[in-house]
Write a protein that binds this ligand. Structure first.
Ligand SMILES: [Zn+2]
Length: 409
């Protein structure tokens, strides 16, 4: 039997395995205590063992009849008889949760919490386990409530605060997400400034979408105080456009491009979005056109070595139906700086558009021969998550600003 089969068997027979384990623990205690001079009389110890054996026997019968709930109830009764078995019940609860049997995990942890006889630290542990059961089972409200209950007893619980951060970021409750990040920054060692900045930008972004520009600007100021993140700068750029501050917009764009040339495509994709349904819309796009013209006119040598900058220029030129200019730019650039798959795809499209079909065919053949296994444009530097979409917060590992661009020049 290899490990995978063993694992599957254990998964399918979780309760049976746990019952056997519990019995072994009970027998173990019985055997080691039998020869020791313990306070309990021999008769009493024997009766404990008898009771435990009976409970296990009942539980086994329920199991055989397929009544898992009654089996668990019987097994849980044993907690009163031997406190050292509590650890075994934690193991059993954890096993159920991993196995996806959330309700059973919940009933074990709930009944542990309800015991009078356990210590406060055990109760805290059981409460934490219960919160994780709710979390895993998708009972978000109950998970939040229970995690909060844990923090009421002991605030110094980094993993619990982190879990709350993850939940509130998932559901986009940015006020709560902000509070718990602040709490995390006080408890933990890691600096949370960048993430806090991103969260404040998310708050500002929803204010922007509602057309509340003044409140949006204030929230953004706060974000900058924590960390001048890229997303904060892009939103500020959109704010400048909607408020008509063109000189500030040009300067900020240049600053952004010089700092993060690889974000260029991304910046323009973000700027193209304008969600507020307001009268500002037409004005916004007029000003954005001016900003794009300013960008196309930039001839900074450092900037022009970046494939992302060149690709953005090409896309903007194509939008303006200046296909020949786009083709010339890319043709010259690739001769000087080399190629990547993304650039080559763009080049082939341009070849077709300017009518150089034969060359397009031979370039396509070359591209297909060397096609990289993945052509997604972005990936996460932490977990390798692939995406064509832009993500500030990785949907897979939940880290902020781990996006990387696949330019292999
Ligand atoms: Zn990731």
């Amino acid at each position: 039997m290899d490990y995978i089969q063993l694992f599957e068997w254990v998964r399918d027979h979780a309760l049976t395995v746990a019952s056997v384990l519990i019995t072994l623990v009970l027998i173990y205690h019985y055997v080691i205590e039998r020869d020791k001079a313990v306070k309990l009389s021999k008769k009493y110890r024997n009766s404990i063992f008898e009771a435990q054996s009976k409970i296990f026997l009942n539980a086994s019968q329920y199991l055989i009849k397929g009544n898992k709930d009654l089996a668990i109830k019987e097994l849980l009764n044993a907690v009163d008889l031997n406190r050292e078995t509590i650890e075994t019940y934690f193991a059993l609860g954890g096993l159920f949760r991993v196995n996806g049997e959330i309700e059973k995990a919940i009933s074990i942890h709930r009944s542990l919490i309800a015991r009078d006889s356990i210590s406060e630290s055990t109760r805290l542990l059981a409460l934490k386990e219960l919160a994780q059961d709710f979390d895993k089972g998708g009972f978000i409200d109950k998970a939040i409530e229970t995690y909060k209950d844990v923090l009421k007893i002991n605030r110094d619980q980094q993993d619990v605060i982190m879990a709350l951060c993850r939940i509130f970021e998932d559901i986009g409750d940015w006020d709560q997400a902000y509070s718990y990040r602040i709490m995390l920054s006080k408890v933990g060692q890691e600096n949370q400034s960048e993430t806090i900045s991103h969260i404040l930008v998310e708050k500002a972004r929803s204010l922007f979408a509602r057309g509340e520009y003044k409140a949006c600007a204030e929230e953004l100021e706060d974000a900058f105080r924590f960390s001048p993140s890229v997303s904060a700068k892009i939103l500020r750029l959109r704010l400048y456009l909607v408020l008509g501050k063109m000189e500030d917009a040009n300067a900020l764009l240049l600053e952004l491009l010089k700092e993060h040339p690889m974000y260029t495509t991304f910046i323009f994709v973000s700027l193209d979005e304008f969600n507020p349904k307001s009268a500002d819309k037409e004005m916004y796009y007029e000003r954005l056109d001016k900003l794009k013209t300013y960008f196309l006119g930039l001839n900074d040598i450092d900037l022009m070595t970046s494939p992302s900058v060149v690709l953005s220029k090409i896309r903007l030129l194509k939008d303006q139906h200046r296909t020949d200019a786009a083709f010339d730019l890319l043709d010259k650039w690739m001769k000087r700086h080399g190629q990547s798959e993304v650039l080559k795809v763009e080049f082939i499209k341009l070849l077709i558009e300017v009518g150089k079909v034969d060359e397009a065919l031979s370039q396509t053949k070359g591209l297909l021969n060397n096609l990289h296994s993945s052509l997604t444009r972005h990936y996460c530097s932490q977990c390798g998550y692939n995406s064509d979409e832009i993500f500030w917060r990785c949907p897979q590992c939940h880290n902020w600003e781990t996006i990387q661009f696949r330019w292999k020049v």
